[in-house]
Design a protein around this ligand. Structure first.
Ligand code: 1HE
Length: 264
């Protein structure tokens, strides 16, 4: 249950419409991800899909979204290879629960979205940037490698060659260029206001449709084209015959439903 979550480095609040605000709340450390924060994300995204949450706005306290792996903790813990492998497996558990959980997660970005912070952001379904937002993978400069899914999700967003360039040379992307590459889908003055606007748009869809959008697409991408097409038909069989679609289809048929029109 949401009320039973024991949170120190994050906060979670759900409004009357079912929009949850998940805040990374360690601004004095630029929301660096220590092991305890990742545990909290696992707990949150274990509960969220079954707690009536319709959408999540993922935001951060302070002026930076997330500085990635807690480098000080990593240094102090002096981890062995198998220790860090398990750290990474926990990150994957958290981020997979986010990406595959079936509840839309919209990241409101600002400042640094770097290293593991970009791995976190790339696990969200929509990323909204503002003028302060910048993206980088400084792992190479720190003598590290990505361990939170960037080789999958960031490579998916920007392509292998750009990811390699970011890691080899410390290249930073921001502004319209970052949007053109797909690191964010929106660039606005107020990324949080826009994230809530997008969340409200998303929750006007039936939850089962959003479940398929925020779970099936990711699963299907992992399959061969033949298997994905088959599974898509199974998912569509369930979603496209759901009771919640009947009234919407009737409204289209009787011409009372809104039509799709170009932007003004
Ligand atoms: C941190 C971290 C951190 C800040 N771990 N403590 N990520 C990076 O290589 C990025 C490292 N961070 C930075 O480059 C900068 O801190 C920022 C650009 C994010 C912010 O700069 P700034 O000038 O606002 O803050 P600051 O003065 O550098 O840091 C403020 C405090 O946050 C300071 O702590 P304090 O106790 O001295 O006040 C910093 O130590 C702390 N801090 N970032 C720990 N990352 C699963 S593998 C994933 C691999 C990676 O993610 S590698 C990339 C790591």
């Amino acid at each position: 249950r949401l009320d039973d979550l024991d949170l120190t480095f994050t906060t979670l609040e759900v409004d009357a419409e079912g929009i949850a605000t998940l805040t990374l709340n360690r601004p004095d450390k630029r929301n660096a991800l220590n092991a305890a924060t990742v545990d909290e994300l696992i707990d949150i995204f274990t509960v969220v899909p079954r707690a009536g949450v319709r959408a999540v706005v993922l935001r951060a306290a302070g002026t930076h979204f997330c500085a990635g792996l807690d480098l000080v903790e990593h240094h102090q813990e002096d981890r062995r290879p198998e220790d860090f492998m398990h750290v990474c497996l926990r990150w994957h558990e958290a981020f997979n629960k986010m990406e595959y959980g079936g509840v839309p997660v919209i990241a409101a970005l600002k400042g640094a979205v770097v290293g593991g912070g970009l791995e976190l952001a790339s696990s969200a379904h929509i990323r909204v940037a503002d003028a302060t937002t910048y993206f980088a993978l400084p792992e190479g400069q720190r003598g590290l490698f990505t361990g939170g899914g960037a080789t999958i999700r960031v490579a998916d967003l920007v392509g292998k060659a750009r990811m390699i360039d970011m890691m080899l040379t410390g290249r930073v992307y921001q502004g319209e260029e970052a949007v053109a590459l797909g690191l964010a889908q929106y660039l606005v003055e107020d990324s949080e206001a826009k994230a809530y606007e997008l969340a409200r748009a998303a929750i006007s869809n039936p939850p089962l449709s959003n479940f398929a959008i925020c779970s099936a697409i990711s699963h299907l991408q992992n399959m061969s084209a033949m298997d994905a097409a088959y599974m898509e038909s199974v998912v569509a069989g369930i979603v496209n015959t759901q009771p919640a679609s009947r009234g919407r289809l009737a409204a289209f048929a009787d011409k009372s439903a809104a039509r799709v029109r170009p932007n003004e």
